[in-house]
Design a protein around this ligand. Sequence first.
Ligand code: LHQ
Length: 263
Amino acid sequence: MAYETITFAAAERVATVTLNRPDKLNAFTATMHEELRKALAEIQSNAEIRAAVITGAGRGFCAGQDLQEVSPSAADASRDLGQRLDRGYNRLVRTLRNLPKPVVAAVNGVAAGAGANVALACDIVIAARSASFIQAFARIGLVPDSGGSFSLPRRIGLARATALLMTGDALPAERAADWGLIWAAVDDDKCLAEAQALAKRLADGPGLALGLIKRLMNASGTNSLDQQLDLERDFQRLAGMSADYREGVAAFREKRKANFAVR
Ligand code: LHQ
C-alpha cells in the first residue's frame, strides 16, 4: 500500500512503521492518523506479522500534533480539540493497547506532546540516548492527552509526573530509563536495530501468551488484586491449553530452545 506520511515494511514477522514527515519532526496530521489506522489494521489481521516497531524518520520521533493543521481561532469550528482526540489520538492509543501483538517504540529522537504519549502507549519503549520526552502540552496552554495522564503517574509516580506535565521540561532518554518510564536508552545508531531485534525475539515468542500478558498489563492499571488474580487464573487456563505451552515444557525437558513460531 502506498502511504504519504508513513512508511510500512515487514520482514521476519516484524512490521516496521516509520512516521515519515522528517521536516516537521514527524508531527501528526489527519492523514497520518488515517494511514496509521490502515497500517495497524494490517498488523492486526496479517497472521504472518507477530510484532511491530514504530519509529520516526530523520532526527525526531514525533513532535505531537502538527500545530499548522490546527486553528485556535474562535471563528474556526474545527477548534473542538475533543473531537480531534476522539477521531485521532484516542482511537490510535486504544488500537495500540488492544492490539494482541507486541509493539516496540524505537524513539530515535525528540518525542513531544502526543508524540511522547503515543510512544508510551507501545508495550516496550527503547530510546536513543540523545532523544528526549517532552510533555509539551502546558507550554501551549493545553492539558496532557493520548493517555499521558494515565501512563506517567503509574510509571514514574505523581511527583515526577506532575512536574513533567506542568513544566513541559524535556526528560532525557537516560533519565527516562532510570525513572522507569521506558525500558532502555541505547546508543543513537543502535536504537532501531535494537528495537527490531527485540521485536523479532517477541515475534518468535509464544504469541498467545504475549497477547494475554498485554491484556493483563492493561487491566492492572485499574483492577484490584482480587480482580487481577481472577484474570490471571482465566488467562492461565487459556495459556495452559495452548500448543505453545506444550512446546515450551517439551523444550525445557529436552534441554533445547522452544520453537514457538514454527506451527
Ligand atoms: C512542527 C512541530 C509541530 C508543526 C516541530 N507542528 N511543525 C492534540 C489535539 C489537538 C491539538 C493540539 O494537540 C494535541 C496534542 C499535542 O501533541 S499538543 C503538543 C504539540 N506539540 C508541541 O507543542 C511541540 C512543538 N515543537 C517543539 O516544541 C519543538 O519543535 C521541539 C521541542 C519538539 C523540537 O525543537 P527543535 O529540535 O528546536 O526543532 P524545531 O522547533 O526547529 O522544529 C523543526 C521543524 O519542525 C520546524 O519547521 P521549520 O519549517 O521551521 O524548519 C518546526 O516548525 C517543525 N515542527 N514541531 N508540532
